[in-house]
Write a protein that binds this ligand. Structure first.
Ligand code: PMP
Length: 376
């Protein structure tokens, strides 16, 4: 610093060093509230089942923690390639599917480029687009909380470098259908990356839903990358492991932007053990989907209007009453996820929480104003 330069004090509450303004403007990440000992944590779309003994054993089998893990998680990649009938270089594994999303956006978009996604959707999308330097383009959901794919296609410009489609949509629940997705792909340039975020794919019971693995098997979709995760259906959220399936050169670009060695040996072993136990784990998923359907039916009976729920969560469009409604659930021992001014997302958790959700929701619905969007 020149001797006569006067250091300017950072604004109150600001970082003491220079930060990219668009990063400084981001709201810091806030995790779903942790639940007290006697509360149910229904705020992070986690799997309520304890890990299988075989998965715990796989974790304990890793003893060489003084060694780095295998950088490309090759065993898991090969196993997933076999599972989905693709080549190993068409699979990429990272510390959670959200990491792959970040890598893909960094690889595809530069400052001035645009990333299109539906809104409201997964809250990581705007931040990850901004971190890549890109401009987020948010396309409102339809009145029934679904992706408006024609509007998303219309939002594509010559600056668009990536489009994210989330099916089922977090936090509102509906899927995109296979036919809608096919029509959409035909209406966007085939050199624009389309990321199909299928974090909740295994919970889907609607046969019309898009299935990334089926889409990738069709000709002419080299611009599509499907994202999946072991965090939700497979119950490994705490270990951080997710994967992408897509064109090897797109995945190479993601690999180039990745932080090396992020997938631990424990995560890889647990994911392999989970694939060994897939039948058993998918039985649990079927229980959660059944619980979800019973919850939705009960809530609708009580007068709530609930969008089609195809993930392991459901959405109450409580609008300006959101904080009040979330507080009522929390006081009743249910930690839910409020999106202030929009709605409340409730994860489908333990069976013992079902009755409680229905009881509290039934007492709250009558307090919403007549004609409220959450009232059927
Ligand atoms: N996509 C969506 C739509 C999600 O809801 C989540 C988790 N909340 C993720 C991706 C990230 O999952 P993970 O990084 O744990 O694989």
């Amino acid at each position: 610093m020149p001797a006569d330069a006067v250091p300017t004090a950072p604004a109150p509450g600001a970082a003491p060093v220079r930060i990219r303004p668009e990063i400084a403007a981001l709201a810091p990440y806030r995790q779903g509230k942790q639940a007290g000992a006697d509360a149910f944590k229904l705020s992070s779309n986690e799997n309520p089942f304890d890990p299988l003994p075989s998965v715990v054993a796989a974790l304990h089998s890793v003893i060489g923690v003084n060694r780095y893990p295998d950088a490309s998680a090759a065993r898991l990649r090969h196993r997933l390639a076999d599972r989905f009938g693709v080549a190993p270089d068409e699979v990429h594994v990272a510390a959670g599917s959200v990491s792959i999303l970040a890598q893909l956006l960094l690889a595809a978009a530069s400052p001035g480029d645009e990333v299109v996604y539906a809104w409201r959707s997964f809250e990581a999308y705007p931040g990850l687009a901004l971190i890549a330097g890109a401009t987020p383009i948010e396309v409102p959901l339809t009145a029934d909380s679904r992706h408006d794919l024609p509007a998303m296609a219309a939002a594509v410009t010559d600056r668009t470098r990536a489009i994210i489609v989330c099916s089922p949509n977090n936090p509102t629940g509906p899927i995109v259908t296979h036919d809608e997705f096919e029509t959409f792909l035909r209406s966007v340039p085939d050199d624009v990356l389309v990321i199909l975020d299928e974090a909740y794919a295994e919970f889907v019971t609607d046969p019309a839903a898009v299935d990334g693995m089926r889409v990738l098997g069709l000709a002419g979709h080299a611009n599509v990358v499907a994202l999946r995760t072991f965090s939700k259906a497979f119950g490994l959220a705490g270990l951080r492991v997710g994967y992408a399936i897509g064109h090897p050169r797109i995945l190479d670009a993601a690999r180039s932007t990745s932080i090396p060695l992020s997938v631990t040996a424990q995560a890889e072993e647990a994911a392999l053990a989970s694939l060994d136990a897939e039948v058993e784990l998918l039985e649990r998923v079927a229980h959660i989907a059944d619980r979800r359907d019973r919850l939705v039916a009960g809530l609708r009976d009580a007068g709530w209007r609930i969008p089609d729920a195809q993930g392991n969560f459901l959405w109450l469009a409580t609008g300006e009453d959101t904080v009040r409604v979330a507080t009522a659930f929390e006081e009743g021992g249910l930690m839910v996820r409020p999106f202030a001014g929009e709605g409340v997302r409730i994860s489908v958790g333990e069976e013992d929480a079902v009755e409680k959700i229905l009881r509290i929701a039934a007492s709250v619905v009558g307090t919403l104003p007549e004609g409220h969007s959450a009232r059927g």
